[in-house]
Design a protein around this ligand. Structure first.
Ligand code: G3P
Length: 223
């Protein structure tokens, strides 16, 4: 049973875009990654404060995924613990690799929320959930890019999680166009994370514009 409408996370580290989504009233959380951080005009020393600035825009249950750079277990857990101490809203993003699985297990045992990223197969999502990931991030658009069907992966993961009542939340990432969003909501997943441009493109329909132009024109005819 779906208890609430699909959440809209913003896939960005840009404060202006996050504030715009807030003012539109559609913001439920934020996901970042090293590529998105690199687009911002900040240096490495400013990254931690930048995460805090993003967290400070969040409200209620909203959270912010911040990704570790390390790729070995010891460093990942140290980095993950440090990230989680930056702000209570931080979710530690961990890549789907051998040591990443161990790090997710360690962090989730310590009640630190994790987002297992770079998910491209149902088996990866199964493993992430088994070790207690709070979110999994399957990359829909990047699967489409290599001529497979990204949305099929979302359906497969949903089926597996439903079979066993896994608590891990599906956060569809690499969202490239409005149909990715509406199809994910038909599948009934917890959330998508998307650039604001794609979310805003949900607004558009040519008949809406034609209809509004006519209403406004007809209003002018009223004496
Ligand atoms: O957050 C990761 C994911 O959303 C990346 O998207 O468009 O770079 O494939 P994209």
């Amino acid at each position: 049973m779906i208890l609430q409408i699909m959440k809209f996370f913003l896939d960005t580290a840009n404060l202006k875009e996050i504030n715009e989504a807030r003012s539109l009233g559609i913001l439920d959380g934020v996901t970042t990654n090293p590529s998105l951080i690199a687009k911002e005009t900040i240096n490495k020393k400013e990254i931690k404060n930048h995460y805090i600035s993003i967290c400070n825009i969040m409200r209620n249950e909203e959270d912010v995924s911040a990704e570790v750079i390390s790729t070995n277990y010891e460093d990942m857990i140290k980095e993950g613990e440090k990230l989680s101490l930056l702000h209570p809203r931080i979710v530690v993003k961990i890549p789907m690799i051998h040591d990443g699985i161990k790090a997710i297990k360690y962090l989730s045992n310590k009640n630190i929320k994790t987002n297992c990223t770079l998910i491209f197969s149902p088996g990866q999502a199964l493993l992430a959930s088994k070790v207690g990931a709070y979110y999994v991030s399957p990359f829909v658009g990047r699967i489409d890019d290599v001529s497979y069907n990204g949305l099929n992966l979302i359906k497969e993961i949903k089926k597996i999680y439903d079979n066993y009542n896994f608590k891990t939340k599906i956060l569809a990432a690499s969202i490239r166009h409005p149909l990715h969003i509406t199809e994910c909501s038909k599948i009934g997943i917890y959330a998508i994370t998307s650039p604001i441009s794609v979310i805003k493109s949900l607004l558009n329909h040519p008949l809406t514009k034609i209809g509004l132009d006519k209403f406004l024109m007809d209003y002018q005819k009223i004496r």
